[in-house]
Design a protein around this ligand. Sequence first.
Ligand code: UDP
Length: 328
Amino acid sequence: MILVTGGAGYIGSHCVMALLEKGYEVVVFDNLSTGHIETVERLKQYGKVEFVQGDLLNKQDLDKVFEKHQIDAVIHFAAVALVGESVENPQKYYVNNVCGTINLLGKMLENNVKKIVFSSTAATYGEPNYIPIDENHPQNPINPYGMSKLMIEKIMDDYSKAYDLRSVRLRYFNVAGADSESRVGEWHDIETHLIPNVLKSTFVGGKQFKMFGDDYNTKDGTCVRDYVNVEDLAQAHLLALKYLDNGGETNYFNLGTKDGNSVKEVFEACEKVTGKDIPVEVAPRRAGDPASLVADNTKARQTLGWEPKRTLDDSIKSAYKWENVLQG
Ligand code: UDP
């Protein structure tokens, strides 16, 4: 069985779906602080999913998982993940992300589970020195969220050396889209991300979309990001599991497409996909946003055999379909 922490959340649920499609049995462990029980119920329709509601900070909750199930490997998504909040409340980020992961790793060691795939982030790189960013780029996070993920990466290196607990850390760029059959999708009670915010603004009662800054030193003045489709991203986790199963050593990979799109380009693509003329207000820059973040994904392609297949338009289309489900 594969233990998926945070499996009721956005990326976690798409990964569980991909695992189920390959016939894996899955235990979802989630405290439902941002994930949804309805997502777990949906997942259960597509394969063998056990759900344990619990918190990584509570070791007894973790014991429930490891005592009851024979875990072969862990995919670890559970985390708090809002950059702005992490600046205001770093304690929440270091305790949940770092202490939570240490508890998880401790339980893995106690139970002789030696493989983990971990959700890391491009935010571990900080302000880029060069673009596209490869894995050798220095890691100097500029916010507590990125720092908490980098600390975990370092801890995982030490555990790999000392205990042979092998890890694959996947450094996500901007994850976008939803399941192409709308079985699961992005569902945050407080939505901060670009594509869902543009799409939500087209529904009755939606807030007007605000574009944060148009005076960056980029092709059109708006921030450039690398939008990787969530189903493509989920496939990378399966490949990372396979890599560890085949004896692969501790490693880390960027997951992005190598293409940068500006906020304006994404906005225009949303107008095209929805067929709507979407109102926009240019607002001040959002604190902590680097001008450009684009991945060099050569390493993931070569070592894992990963191939991102879906385009930005595909992501916007599936996100829009899902948004229609959410809006009922
Ligand atoms: N953005 C925006 N309006 C929004 C949300 C995001 O202009 O309502 C911009 C944001 O400033 C950044 C880009 O869109 O330049 C991507 O932001 P998002 O929060 O989706 O991802 P991040 O890059 O922060 O991980």
